[in-house]
Design a protein around this ligand. Structure first.
Ligand SMILES: Cc1ncc(COP(=O)(O)O)c(C=O)c1O
Length: 397
């Protein structure tokens, strides 16, 4: 029999999806499971967004449409980025895609030659290394260490730049750590990109979900316009995960390549979802700020409660909706710990190594669930915590 392309064997799946599959199996056996493994808001889009999708369908907006995305949506993206991120982009530089993941894939496909090096955060979104490998590139990790407040260390990034480095991936706020890169760190990364002629792929999918000050996009730094691609979308900020909609803001020289890849793959994003997305970005119902305020409450309570579990230590996320817990003091591997929490306590969470080698002493919990559910999760974990040793992190602080 003919074999598969070798790229398949170098790519990897997502830890979240395999934990989810096991959790569902337990549910089928009648077990009660609290799902804190998936990166999905427990909200749904605002009623106005649903109404806009229905109206678009009623009006027959279910045809093939513009390759680059509806002009009205691309204009809305430009207005939205000016309003929420204080950056000025032309609709001509916006390319709509069915989700950020495919946007990321297309951007890397447009840019990578075999053996080109891609610097990416570890722990980080699993797709960064997997897609790079699948395209014949070489992923080069830089760490987000607990000892450095989970921030990138620009000196480490600099030390890993070689003649083959082409792309620097940044992700602020980050999955799985919840880190918002500091202005100082981001500025230095931007300077490095200019010094070494790197293209920056700035994954800003969580940009609206921040619990602190104003968000600073990579595009805000001097000289970055010509070398930065912003990847963003609707899954997280507008609770539209299953709608499959995202976008890339790319420098002009890259846009025709993205058009070419679109024509050769998905043709266009679904038309009616794009009309709904226009309504989502206008956010007349203020659904996004309300959702973020609720995430902030959950973050505060859940972080406090997790830090009471023996052997757990968690710093409050600055953005996104994940608690990234250092579990080294439990004396158990994160894999064993997650297995124990799932099988014994019915709480699904992801071992940190699913996000890269640097995550191996950590566990990721999503706090996109109600406060009552999060409280019950911690109670259940407390009950099984006799399985491991440790001192509550709150006493170590
Ligand atoms: C950092 C990051 N980038 C990209 C994605 C992909 O998002 P989408 O649903 O738009 O494909 C995710 C989803 O979890 C993510 O966490």
């Amino acid at each position: 029999m003919r074999s598969l392309a070798s790229r398949i064997s170098v790519m990897s799946g997502e830890g979240a999806l395999s934990v989810f599959a096991r959790a569902q199996e337990l549910e089928r056996q009648g077990r009660s499971i609290i799902h804190l493994e998936l990166g999905e808001p427990d909200f749904h889009p605002a009623p106005g967004v649903i109404a806009a999708a229905k109206q678009a369908l009623d009006e027959g907006k279910d045809r093939y449409c513009n390759v680059r995305g509806l002009p009205a949506l691309r204009e809305e993206v430009a207005v939205y980025l000016r309003r929420t991120r204080n950056i000025s982009v032309s609709p001509e530089n916006v390319v709509i895609a069915p989700g950020c993941k495919i946007a990321l894939f297309m951007a890397l496909m447009a840019l990578l030659e075999p053996h080109d090096e891609v610097l990416y955060p570890d722990p980080g979104f699993p797709g960064y290394a997997s897609i790079t490998l699948g395209l014949g590139g070489k992923p080069v990790a830089f760490s987000l260490a607990g000892s450095n407040c989970l921030q990138p260390d620009p000196d480490e990034v600099a030390s890993k730049i070689t003649a083959a480095s082409k792309i620097l991936i940044t992700n602020s706020p980050g999955n799985p750590t919840g880190t918002v890169y500091s202005d100082k760190v981001q500025r230095r990364l931007a300077e490095l990109a200019i010094e070494h002629d790197l293209i920056v792929l700035s994954d800003e999918i969580y940009a609206r979900i921040i619990f602190g000050d104003e968000y600073i996009s990579m595009l805000r730094y001097p000289g970055m316009e010509e070398r930065t691609l912003i990847i963003d979308g609707f899954s997280k900020s507008f609770a539209m995960t299953g709608w499959r909609l995202g976008y890339t803001v790319a420098p002009s020289f890259i846009v025709p390549a993205l058009d070419m890849l679109t024509v050769n793959s998905y043709t266009c994003a679904a038309e009616f979802t794009q009309y709904a997305a226009i309504e989502a970005m206008r956010d007349r119902e203020r659904a996004t700020p309300r959702m973020v305020a609720e995430f902030a409450r959950r973050r505060d309570e859940f972080t406090r409660d997790l830090n009471r579990v023996p052997g757990f230590y968690c710093r409050p996320a600055e953005g996104a909706f994940y608690a990234w817990v250092d579990t080294s003091d439990t004396g158990m591997t994160a894999e064993d710990l997650c297995e124990c929490m799932l099988e014994e306590a019915g709480v699904a969470a992801i071992p940190g190594a699913a996000f890269g080698a640097q995550g191996k002493a950590y566990v990721r919990f999503s706090f996109a669930s109600s406060i009552a559910t999060l409280k019950e999760a911690v109670e259940r974990i407390m009950k099984v915590s006799t399985a491991w040793q440790g001192t509550p992190a709150t006493t170590q602080l």
